[in-house]
Structure formats: C-alpha cells, structure tokens
Design a protein around this ligand. Sequence first.
Ligand SMILES: O=C(O)/C=C/C(=O)CC(=O)C(=O)O
Length: 253
Amino acid sequence: MTPVPGEAPGPTRSSPAPVSALAHLEETVLATQRYLATVNRLTSADLRGPSHLPGWSRAHVVAHVSRNAEAVQRLLHWARTGEPTPMYVSDEVRDRDIEQSARLSPEELAADAAETAALLEAAARGLPADRLEETVSRTLGSPAFPVRRAGAMRRIEVEVHHADLDAGYAAHDWPADLHDLLLKRRRRELTERAGLVLALTDRGEEVPLGRVSSDPAVVAGLTADVVWWLLGRGSGEGLRCSTGQLPELGKWA
Ligand SMILES: O=C(O)/C=C/C(=O)CC(=O)C(=O)O
C-alpha cells in the first residue's frame, strides 16, 4: 500500500480541537460521520454487491474513499512541510491500491475507513492558515492547485461516494450548499459543451449550462436530481427535458 508521511500529532482529549482554516472541514466531519454509519451497517454480501459506479462493488467505493483520505493527507503534508508528496504516484498505483483494499473483510474495511478519516481530520486541523496557498498536485507534474481546495475536494468525495454506495443515502440527503458547490463545479467543467438551461423546480431558479443558444433545451427537475444527473449518475430519474430526450453527459469520477 502507498505510504502516508507522518503528521504532527492531532488534538488530544485534554486539548480542544483547534479551529482549522481549511474550508469545509466541519461539514466534512459531519458527512464522514454519516458515511461511517452506513459503512458500519454493510454486511459482507452488501459489500460484494454493485455500487452506482460501473464495475465497482460497494467494497471498491469504501476502499477508494479510504485511499482518498490518505491521498488528501499527502497533499496537506506537502503544503505543511514543502516535501512534494502528491496524492498518487500514478493512476496505476492508485487503482492497484483500491483493488487490494477492496478485498478486506467488512470489519477491516470499516476500521480502515474510520482510521484514515480520523488521521485526515487531525492533519487538516494541524494545517497552519499561512500554508493554504501552497500548491500541490494529484501526481508529480499534473496541474498544480492551491491546497485550500483540498477541503471541498474531500467533502465532495465523501458525500458523492456515500450516495454511490446505493445503501439508503442519496443526493436528496445532501445539504443544500453541497448541491450549490456541485452545480457550480459541473457548470465550470462543462462550459464548452452545447448549452442548455437547468430549471431547478424546487428553487424556482433557472441556470445556464455550457454555451447557451437562443432556443436552448431545458432540463427540469428537483435540484438533487439535476445534480445527480450532472455527475453522470443514473439515467435522469425525476427529470424532464424539453426536447424529449436528456442529453448525454460524461461521468464525473
Ligand atoms: O476533486 C478533484 O479535483 C479531484 C479528486 C480526485 O482526484 C479524487 C480521486 O479521483 C481520487 O482520490 O482517486
């Protein structure tokens, strides 16, 4: 398994947790509690069953979220120390580590999920505010980004993959500000595609996606269903498109 560099000790019982400057940390802690409650309930048969991600069992999803916790911890270590420790050595090593972890027993998977999340939280609380603009990257040589983005990145991983488990938690259970964050992100990622208008029926709002023409197609539905579809999940359950057929969107990994 890919090693994680040691971090400064986290908070102890006698010292209250310091307030971290990393955005989304408290929301991620709550999202992680919900996620771990689901993981703890999964039986061996549940874990071998399919997730919403093609080709991945629920065990693969849990394994991925744990390895992602370590990967984000490597980014925080890089920002704190200046020692370049990207999320992953390579995509091949990432995939191999996920495959390996997915073979763990239910008890081992649950313990791995809890331990890696706790270590990441301690590392996030220990990241000094003056390191937030330090740049880091997914692999060495891939596009650099400021480490402050790691907070939203991890929150999204936990919440989206929790729903990917298809175990009773869904996009409708996400907080409204996560819907906003994902809408914003997918609109930014899809700016070049043929445009359409998203009509968010529960909010009474219309938002453009991509290069909108004078007579754009309109995709209408509840915000949670629209966001789920924008992530490439499902087949547009609960949505209506003015052309009669929902356009194809790429899957968000
Ligand atoms: O949110 C991002 O920009 C990137 C997220 C990831 O790289 C998450 C993974 O795909 C992973 O940890 O394997």
